[in-house]
Design a protein around this ligand. Structure first.
Ligand code: G3P
Ligand code: CA
Length: 242
């Protein structure tokens, strides 16, 4: 199994998460792909940002959904991490797609619509990916089962991954029934039987967020399809030595 290494929010151990420096670093480290998070601004522009609230990584009080794209562009999304990244801004999905299309990278775009069910986020994001002709190397993931159901008619053209940190008795069937063709599980849910069943039923199985070398190695040895990690350089190193 050629397990693909996805840089979680970019190479987020080494640069501020979900910013262009973190994405560029992941590319320079030879990650296979990049995982990032999408939300919608007040004026319906998809932007790459993890938390629903802005405070942790910009210092500003409020929700992403209550700011226009122009307002968000004024915020500093790098200084919280270190002074070296001062003045780094929140990227739009379009900035990211424009950059990545020339790079040999897979994309995992997580819709942050579990707590806030952004209206039409599925079609807004899907159409942007289609416009940039990136459908065949993209997986859209979400914790929101209703959102997976809204994407089910797209799954012949794009990866549709159900994200979960919960234990299910019949996870593969559940994901299949809602219309997913991939499952992204939290590391503690990883077991060989689940991986084997996923492979048997043609369901991609990826695991997040795996940073410790022993866990990376176990994930590789279990033959998952992908590992989502803050440390893509270390995961690539593990791949080479096992
Ligand atoms: O996509 C895997 C992982 O990113 C999901 O959790 O909170 O890091 O977005 P979170
Ligand atoms: Ca994510």
């Amino acid at each position: 199994m050629n397990t693909k290494i996805f840089a979680h929010r970019g190479a987020s151990k080494y640069a501020p998460e979900n910013t262009m420096p973190a994405f560029k670093l992941a590319c320079n480290m030879n990650a296979d792909g990049i995982e990032t998070d999408v939300q919608l601004t007040k004026d319906n522009i998809p932007v790459l940002f993890h938390d629903e609230q802005l405070k942790r990584t910009t210092g500003t009080v409020g929700y992403v959904k209550d700011f226009t794209y122009e307002q968000l562009k004024q915020l500093d999304a790098g200084r919280w991490y270190s002074n070296e990244f001062e003045h780094i801004t929140i990227p739009s999905l379009d900035d990211f797609l424009n950059w990545i299309k020339a790079k040999p990278l897979y994309l995992n775009i997580e819709l942050k619509n579990y707590k806030i069910d952004y209206k039409h986020i599925e079609s807004i994001v899907y159409d942007a990916i289609a416009y940039h002709q990136l459908l065949n190397r993209t997986t859209i993931s979400t914790f929101n089962p209703n959102s997976i159901r809204r994407l089910r008619n797209k799954k012949d053209t794009i990866g549709v991954a159900f994200l979960t940190s919960k234990k299910y008795k019949r996870l593969v069937s559940f994901a299949e029934e809602m219309g997913a063709n991939a499952i992204h599980i939290k590391y503690r849910l990883l077991n060989k039987r689940l991986v084997e069943e996923s492979h048997r039923r043609n369901m991609k199985l990826r695991v997040y967020t795996v940073n410790k070398p022993a866990r990376i190695i176990r994930s590789l040895e279990t033959s998952v399809n992908g590992i989502i990690t803050d440390v893509p350089d270390q995961a690539i190193h593990c791949k080479k030595i096992i």
